[in-house]
Design a protein around this ligand. Sequence first.
Ligand SMILES: [Cu+2]
Length: 127
Amino acid sequence: MARLTLMLAAAAVAAVGVLAGSAGARTSMAHPKLIGLVGKNDAFKITLKNSSGKLVKTIKKGTYTFVISDDSSIHNYELDGPRGKSWTFTSVPFTGTKKFTIALKAGKYKAYCMAHESEMFQHFTVK
Ligand SMILES: [Cu+2]
């Protein structure tokens, strides 16, 4: 019985080693995610959150994967960056989820809905 336990323990250690290896490889390839959401239940609300669910306020410059969910056909999701840079992630009629890989440079950014820009926006800073 003791011997069987030892064998199981060895197998478990080996399995953990494999998992740790694959997780390491994945981390080196994937960019940090930023989660954008607009118009859930047609609400006049737009957010950009990090993978822990916190609103993005200040982040480090670098490459990010934006996962943008547009739940409403009356809103869209756009991003303005420094020096006139801008990205239109979704159109107003579009609903669904899209992914974008973007290298963010230092500066001020604004995520917003083009149709209701004065009330639907979120500012953040890249440092
Ligand atoms: Cu809107």
